[in-house]
Design a protein around this ligand. Structure first.
Ligand SMILES: *Cc1c(COP(=O)(O)O)cnc(C)c1O
Length: 357
């Protein structure tokens, strides 16, 4: 795949970020974006890196009506040695293909798209923040673009990548979050689209998230969409429960998003000799375990926050506190291990990091 690089007049470039700069998550964007188009007879074509800017789309564009929209989220890190690295980027593209198949969209060639993304990030290296814990958030997106309001799969698509510099999630130290177990709304159901990073899942989560916020909680813990009994995930993170000598997380069942951070946590914990079980977790058994002091730590995992400690949980009008509402030693150790690999502070025995500049 040849990527055409449009020249942008120097006067139109903002140039990048400076050390110490503050960012409002997801609000500022780098100078350039990558775009390519799909047509049935041409496959993916017209790959181009150009100036970040608005699109012009017909109001009838299919993705605006029927939700053929999938995305990914990953980060570029400025490493200790000054080079720019990505973390498991090919895994994000492979997951995007799994989402694409579920939503009847075309897949991308992982290697070619990785190379195009790497070229974009290399050009945007001045946009990768310098400060501890900050990074350049990368958002690959794919939309169905036929200008047609007839319910069927689009025949044409657009794939694009935009980049947004983001600050340290824990600039003031990791504070435990409070979560509320949602016992009426569900995020996803068996046989649905829960495992896909597709727009519909996030639209469905907004009202329960707002309810949780009004009630004074940071995140919603989702239960399964069939019997509201088994723990699925939290907000847009996967969830882990640390017992004395094992780590437990929900088994992937089609309605849970298979997080890359989740998989990384599992592999790191196992490399430490820890037993990790992926299983069906009953909310009732879990609450009993918390009450009996058997659950030492709870944390969420996801690209944005990496590890998010959970200090309090509310289920059916009862409050449960975990780990004295302080981030636990295991959560902090896992956070240090993951970010250590991402920023190149420790060697990466898993081959997860790739260098782009
Ligand atoms: C993106 C996402 C996650 C976390 O996935 P990572 O690959 O670890 O960032 C978990 N749950 C949901 C619903 C998500 O959208």
């Amino acid at each position: 795949m040849d990527v055409r690089i449009e020249t942008i007049p120097a006067g139109e470039l903002k140039g990048g970020v400076v050390p110490g700069q503050a960012f409002d998550f997801g609000k500022a964007f780098s100078d350039r974006m990558l775009i390519m188009n799909y047509a049935p007879d041409r496959g993916w074509h017209n790959a181009c890196i150009k100036k970040f800017g608005n699109f012009s789309l017909s109001p009838a564009t299919m993705c605006l009506h029927y939700g053929q929209l999938i995305f990914e989220g990953l980060k570029a890190y400025r490493r200790q040695d000054g080079r720019i690295g990505l973390f498991r980027a090919r895994d994000n593209l492979a997951r995007m293909n799994a989402s694409a198949e579920r939503i009847c969209m075309p897949t991308v060639d992982v290697e070619e798209t990785y190379d195009a993304m790497a070229q974009l990030i290399a050009l945007e290296k001045n946009w990768v923040p310098h400060d501890e814990g900050a990074s350049l958030y990368i958002r690959p997106t794919m939309i169905g673009t036929d200008p047609l309001i007839r319910l069927k799969a689009s025949s044409t698509y657009m794939f694009y990548i935009i980049c947004s510099p983001v600050g340290h999630y824990y600039a003031n130290g990791m504070k435990p979050t409070g979560i509320i177990v949602e016992d009426s709304y569900v995020r996803a159901v068996r046989g649905g689209v829960g495992f896909a990073k597709t727009a519909a899942n996030y639209a469905a989560s907004l009202l329960p998230a707002k309810k949780a916020e009004v009630a004074g909680y940071d995140q919603v813990l989702w239960l399964d969409g069939v019997g509201l009994e088994y723990v699925e995930e939290v907000g847009s993170m996967n969830i882990f429960f640390k017992y004395k000598d094992r780590l437990v997380t929900s088994q992937l069942n089609g309605s849970i998003l298979p997080g890359i951070t989740r998989d990384s946590v599992i592999q790191i914990a196992r490399s430490w000799g820890m037993q990790v079980d992926e299983e069906k977790i009953s909310i009732h058994a879990l609450c009993a375990d918390i009450e009996a002091g058997r659950v030492e730590e709870i944390f969420g995992s996801g690209t944005a926050a990496v590890i998010s400690s959970v200090g309090a949980l509310r289920y059916k009008n009862r409050d449960y506190t975990v780990g004295g509402n302080e981030p636990g030693a295991f959560s902090l150790k896992m956070y240090a291990a993951l970010t250590g690999i991402q920023y190149g502070r420790i060697t990466d025995p898993f081959g997860w990091t790739t260098i782009v500049a």
